[in-house]
Structures are given as C-alpha cells and as structure tokens.
Design a protein around this ligand. Sequence first.
Ligand code: HEM
Ligand SMILES: *[C@@H]1O[C@H](CO)[C@@H](O)[C@H](O)[C@H]1NC(C)=O
Ligand SMILES: *[C@@H]1O[C@H](CO)[C@@H](O)[C@H](O)[C@H]1NC(C)=O
Ligand SMILES: *[C@@H]1O[C@H](CO)[C@@H](O)[C@H](O)[C@H]1NC(C)=O
Length: 343
Amino acid sequence: MAASMGISSCLVLLCIVSPLLLAGAVRGHPWAGRGGGGLFPQFYDHSCPQAKELVRSIVAKAVARETRMAASLLRLHFHDCFVKGCDASVLLDNSSSIVSEKGSNPNKNSIRGFEVVDEIKAALEAACPGTVSCADILALAARDSTVLVGGPNWDVPLGRRDSLGASIQGSNNDIPAPNNTLPTIITKFRRQGLDLADVVALSGGHTIGMSRCTSFRQRLYNQTGNGMADATLDVSYAAHLRQGCPLSGGDGNLFPLDVVSPSKFDNFYFKNILAGKGLLSSDEVLLTKSAETAALVRAYAADVNLFFQHFAQSMVKMGNISPLTEAQGEIRKNCRRLNSNHY
Ligand code: HEM
Ligand SMILES: *[C@@H]1O[C@H](CO)[C@@H](O)[C@H](O)[C@H]1NC(C)=O
Ligand SMILES: *[C@@H]1O[C@H](CO)[C@@H](O)[C@H](O)[C@H]1NC(C)=O
Ligand SMILES: *[C@@H]1O[C@H](CO)[C@@H](O)[C@H](O)[C@H]1NC(C)=O
C-alpha cells in the first residue's frame, strides 16, 4: 500500500519536482531529511545485510541477562531524539570538545545501556567497518527491546548519521521532567513535531522499566507545597511507595513504572493510571489534566492492540526527528567519541 502510493505519487510528481528533490537529496540541503525524509528500512540491505540481525541478537542477549535493559535501551533512543534529533548525541562522553549529555538532570545517575551499544557497535565495525551509524543502532535497539518484552513490531527507517557535537543545555531543557505540568510536556513534544496523541502513546513506554525515588518523591509528601501527597495517587499505593521512598535519603531506590507487570510490554501502564497507580506525576496528569489525553488513556487501557498500533506509529515519528543525512554528520567508529577525537 505505502509502496504503491509512493510509486504513483512519484510518477505524477517526478517530472515537475524531481530536479529540486534530487538536488536536495544528493547534496544534503538543510531541508533534506527533515521530518524523516531520506530514511528507509532497507538502507543497509546492500552495505551491511547482517546489520539488523546483529543488533537484534546482541540486544536479545543483553535482555536475557537483565530484563530491565529493554527499558533502558528504549529510553536511550527517546533521550537521543529529543536533543538535536536522533543523532546519537546522547552517547558522546566528555572530552576536550564535548560536554556529555550524560551529565544532564534527566540523564545523571539514571540513563543506562551504553555498554550494550558499545558491544553492538564493535560487532558492526567488525562486520561492516564505517557503515552503520550509532543513531541507527539506538533506533533498532529500541524496536528490538520492545518486541523482546512482548510489545509491537515495526519497520525501522534507517540512514541516520551521527552528530559532531552534544548539547547538555538541550538535554536539560528539551526532555520533559516528571514534575512538569501537562501543558509543558505537550509543548516539549510539539517542539519535536509530536502531537498530543504521540504524548500519550509514547508515555506508554513506561509499561516497562524502573524509576528512582527522587523522580516521584515530591508526589508522596508535598506535591503542591502544602505538605500533602498528590491527591490523584491511590492512598494505599502512596503508602506503599513511602515505605521505600522516605522524605529524605534513598534517592536511588528503584520502583517499577508499571506496578503490575514491569517487565512485560503491555497496556497495564494505562490501566494503572485509571486506578491512581501511575508512578510519576507526568503519568497521572494524562488522565487528570486534559479530557483529550484522558480519552486516549482510557482507549489504550481498553484495547491493547490500539495502543500497540499507535505506539509503533509514534515510535517511527519520534525516530524521524531531524536526522542527519548525506553530507551531514559522520558514521562514528566508537559511539562514545567523534572520529576526529583520538584522545
Ligand atoms: C512524557 C514525558 C516523559 C517523562 C516526564 C519521563 C520521565 C521519566 C522518568 C523520571 C523516568 C525514571 C528515571 C529515573 O528515575 O532514573 C523514566 C524512565 C523511563 N522512561 Fe520516561 N519519560 C517520558 C517519556 C518517555 C518516552 C517517550 C519513552 C519511550 C518511548 C520513555 C521511556 C522510559 C523508560 C523505558 C523508562 C525506564 C528506564 C529504565 O528502567 O532504565 N519515557 N522516564
Ligand atoms: C563532564 O564534565 C563536566 C564538567 O567538566 C562535569 O560536570 C560532568 O559531570 C561530566 N559528565 C560526565 C558524564 O562525566
Ligand atoms: C520539580 O523537581 C525539581 C527537581 O527535584 C525541583 O527542583 C523543582 O522545584 C520541581 N518543580 C516544581 C514545579 O515542583
Ligand atoms: C512543602 O513545600 C513548601 C513550598 O516549597 C515548603 O515551604 C514546605 O516547607 C514544604 N513542606 C515539607 C513538609 O517539606
């Protein structure tokens, strides 16, 4: 369907716009590749036919070792894409020319999975040197992780290149915080070309993985500055959380984002929200602060297939945020540093 539409629209439009389109694609005009144009799932089919299977097998091994790694790899792609686009900027370590995004508020003591990415990159460099970007590794690993823990499958558009820099400011400002208001969260998604439906579907990523106490403590003790817990929290769930997340100390204590089935990709995240058992404030506000997002929460809680379908679509959309293509960026040999940086 998509392919035949592509061909017919090509036939109609080709003679009119082809010189402009081709020039943009070949020379990497600033607008070429924006919004995901230029990425396609078969990108490595000739240059590195084993790429997808290599990524899948190493992710599978890592998730078999530790189920949570599926969650960590999914989140890594999100934190990459929201900062300067899906360009592997999140993977760069500190160096003379780079202030690593790993030190930002959302990432510090929290983001993980870098060793798995290193292992994938090493295998790909051995099989097809200088060919598969770190940004594409993150996109594939996010999809493979989702599938491995029971979530939906989708074709991952490929062909991203890796950034020549990082942005700690972008990481601090552009990634939503768990105590952001719903309007702020929606604004941060809109800035990336993602809409309200994407906010709800992608928040469903919290059906797997863990959060530290520090990310939700405010809800348990002093949500609005009046010394009271968040009124939207189920009372017994709040009491349970306070046991492992004291008013002071225990910042790093871990709790499942989905209290029912933290290692399975399903729709319990949405069912929990309906029961006042969303862990983060940013989860619960999807139900309590907008009728439109609340309707989606209810729809996904009622129909896991609808959630899966929308999650897959929104993941492709998120993966298309401002990719570097053609003459921009590079294919890093080591995902942690620029090719020009030899230490
Ligand atoms: C809507 C705005 C979002 C906010 C405010 C948010 C916030 C957070 C926070 C605070 C944590 C816990 C971090 C910690 O305490 O160490 C977390 C974990 C996580 N987030 Fe989000 N997130 C959002 C959207 C997303 C999206 C779009 C995805 C992916 C599609 C995602 C996937 C995850 C996963 C899988 C984890 C668990 C990671 C692990 O266990 O290592 N989140 N998020
Ligand atoms: C990177 O360096 C900065 C300043 O030199 C430091 O504050 C930060 O913690 C470092 N980041 C990491 C991830 O080590
Ligand atoms: C959100 O949390 C951060 C970090 O804990 C805190 O500094 C900030 O004051 C909180 N914002 C609001 C509006 O509560
Ligand atoms: C709750 O927050 C308010 C405003 O930030 C602060 O003045 C008050 O001391 C806090 N109360 C507790 C019990 O932490």
